[in-house]
Design a binder for this molecule. Structure first.
Ligand SMILES: [Fe+2]
Ligand SMILES: [Fe+2]
Length: 275
């Protein structure tokens, strides 16, 4: 049982880069090719927001064409770069698309796992928020299968990570309420986020909160206060959450690009560990 988790695709209209330097559409095509080559194939795919760069219908149409060949169900939530109206216009009849008239979220059981997506978008703003209704929807989705190990996804991380300019646009409203809900539901194995374009983990609300790297550009690693936010083209990657009997949820980071190797572990004669 494998759940792939890609985030921050930032798709642009065909032929256009993002920020003038990031060939986001090519990078997504390569990420999807890597995903499709995985054996065994993941049983489902979560996309945790910033599906497009500007929330344009043309961007969502291109994204849909790129996702349609995938064999596994694809669950998606929006990020601050998305626009709910255009996303709904293009993906409204997508098989896993949520049925709420306002928010774009999901709840589904896949194998032994429950997958829940939460819409943390504040239209027109970079930061995230969870209002009472969205928190209620999360409570209900958790209560509907309280015995199932669960992955909760939302775009905006609810915790500070030390990258100051990103902390300023994290989940700013509703994070304490979210923490209480998560802490009350020990079946939550992960809180999965995007937005920060880096792999970051922390213990949070009694579970593991995990930010996936982007399949496009990354955010520069800068922990010095006042650092200007810059993008870097570090290796794009995504996460695969595996259900391992006897252990539980185990998360692997998978790089999109191929690197040198594989090489055999030809042991040096000086190796002290025997054969
Ligand atoms: Fe993003
Ligand atoms: Fe974002």
């Amino acid at each position: 049982m494998l759940i792939a988790h890609l985030t921050d695709l930032h798709v642009r209209p065909a032929g256009m880069p993002a920020y003038r330097v990031v060939e986001v559409n090519t990078m997504l095509a390569r990420a999807l090719a890597t995903l499709r080559a995985l054996d065994p194939a993941p049983d489902a795919l979560i996309l945790s927001g910033d599906l497009t760069d500007c929330g344009l219908v043309a961007e969502y149409e291109l994204l849909r064409r790129m996702l349609e060949p995938l064999a596994m169900p694809v669950y998606l939530i929006p990020g601050n770069h998305d626009r709910r109206g255009a996303l709904r216009e293009v993906f409204g009849d997508w098989p896993t698309f949520g049925d709420d008239p306002e928010f774009i979220d999901f709840a589904a059981d896949v194998g032994p796992l429950r997958l829940i997506g939460v819409d943390s978008v504040v239209p027109g703003r970079g930061h995230g928020a969870l209002c009472a209704r969205r928190l209620d929807r999360l409570r209900s989705a958790l209560a509907a299968a309280s015995g199932r190990p669960t992955l909760v996804a939302l775009h905006h991380p609810p915790f500070a990570c030390g990258i100051e300019h990103m902390d300023g646009i994290r989940l700013l409203d509703g994070a304490e309420d979210l923490a209480r809900i998560i802490a009350d539901n020990p079946q939550v194995e992960r809180v999965l986020c995007g937005h920060h374009h880096r792999p970051i983990q922390t213990r949070w609300a009694g579970t593991l909160a995990q930010i996936a790297p982007s399949v496009a550009h990354q955010v520069e690693f800068r922990l010095d206060p006042g650092a200007e936010g810059m993008l870097v083209l570090e290796p794009p990657a995504f996460l695969v959450h595996a259900w391992i009997e006897g252990t539980g949820v185990v998360t692997h980071q998978v790089y999109v690009e191929r690197h040198d190797g594989p090489y055999p572990f030809t042991l040096d004669p000086d190796y002290p560990g025997g054969t």
